[in-house]
Design a protein around this ligand. Sequence first.
Ligand code: FAD
Ligand code: SF4
Length: 511
Amino acid sequence: MVLRLVLGDQLSHNISSLSDVVPKRDAILMCEVWEEATYVKHHKKKIAFLFSAMRHFAEELTDKGFRVHYIKLDDPKNKGSFRGEIRRITHIHKPDQIIITMPSEYRVLKDIQDWESELGISVEIRSDNRFLCTPEEMADWANGRKQLRMEYFYREMRKKYNILMDGNRPVGGKWNLDTQNRKPPSKELRPPSPTTCVPDVTTKSVFDLVHRKFSTHFGDLEPFHYAVTRKQALQKLKDFLNLRLPHFGEYQDAMLQGEPWMYHSHISHYLNCGLLEPLEVIQAAECTFTEGHAPLNAVEGFIRQILGWREYVRGIYWLKMPEYSKENFFNAQRKLPWLYWSGDTKMNCLRQCVLDTKQNAYAHHIQRLMVLGNFALLAGIDPKEVNEWYLIVYADAYEWVELPNVSGMTLFADGGYLASKPYAAGGSYINRMSDYCKSCTYNVNKKTGPQACPFNYLYWNFFICNADKLRGNPRLGHSFRTLENMGVKKTETVKADAKRFLKKLDRDEQV
Ligand SMILES: Cc1cc2nc3c(=O)[nH]c(=O)nc-3n(C[C@H](O)[C@H](O)[C@H](O)COP(=O)(O)OP(=O)(O)OC[C@H]3O[C@@H](n4cnc5c(N)ncnc54)[C@H](O)[C@@H]3O)c2cc1C
Ligand code: SF4
């Protein structure tokens, strides 16, 4: 008998571990384990989503005629870890072999790599066939390059999968159409409401479990509108392609108070757990362009996120682990302020993004990068604490995608391996791309003083404090020239304002 272990983010019917399953001979093992649900205290909605999606997936496999052993979290025999469960189940069923698809996280891979010697059974770890670039291909591409750049990686991927290509050239003549994208939100903008899925009996029984076992975890469990089956996730994708994709590019960076979903797809959590697969999403988006339902700038921008960014960050993760999780280029040491959990701050942009995150276990890219992340960068918060927060609060968060986005893209903690410069910005960027500043206690147009937007002086303070590390960066020449022309008096005021603000932050006083 072959035992095939399917992990909670491997909910794809054509996953490599199941490719040659023999229903009469083999068994499929799926388990909800305490260790995975609590190694960081995940958002309640994230736990409910994954357990419900796992239970539905197990039912689908059973309906297809497979023998499935599904171990629930509160099963009294459950040992609480993958290792404990695999030991217990192999003892009972005595399989000849264990087959598993490569786990997405380094921590789990290291654990599984020991099983063969511990159990005395052959353990085959298969490549994850859902990703479009293998870690080996990424290593080949990166070999000999001093700095990696997503844009060049993305072009190779477009060619490899023949996506939006016209022979050897990109459709429309350009690889990247971002100059037509990223508009500020207009006053009249009314994004469509997202499709909602009504929780069924299985999901409701998971709610009960979450209430009992995870009541101290962050976040709101309800309202809960997530898809928990492939069929529902496909419907969500279809609605995105019809209703939002045509405006995706234009408003990709826009933020509006009370509109957490904007024109984004909200499918990252489905992609990351396997309910949707990247290539099918990319090809479906390409079709909307070829059939004339969405413009090229929107479709290219969307495809770049999945075929480019998603694969690129995964490649970097496997290239740089385990060292990547320890990177701290700026030696940032500040502890994570309580406001990241409570939303209790006078800074309206931060407050809105934390509250959206708490309610939905979702925030879109610019909220994560330019508000929550930008603040963490400018305030000098320890990357370890920032990474843990991001891993907890989002339903799509797994270390392989969270860590490069946080340490690489957002905090520049890798010193510029992933990004060419830190994504640091003052209040004027947030004001241009959102309506948050209109309802803020602070004044975005004031640069210093108690009423000034804290992003404004923290931004310059960041360059002052890190000048030795950043001055040589060719993309920051303009910022350093402005800083040099600022004059001693203004520089001292910026430093004093930042010091006063950060002192309050350290005392967890309201800022
Ligand atoms: C600080 C920070 C932390 C992040 N943490 C995560 C995370 O834990 N998990 C996660 O899936 N994404 C993460 N991202 C990337 C991105 O913000 C989310 O994928 C996106 O917001 C999900 O929403 P969406 O499905 O509506 O995406 P859309 O904006 O509609 O984009 C479409 C898809 O492209 C992919 N994508 C877009 N940008 C990225 C990116 N930078 N890296 C990888 N994939 C990308 C996602 O699969 C997404 O579903 C993070 C970004 C930042 C700046
Ligand atoms: S004024 Fe500053 S703190 Fe307030 S919402 Fe605008 S950017 Fe955020």
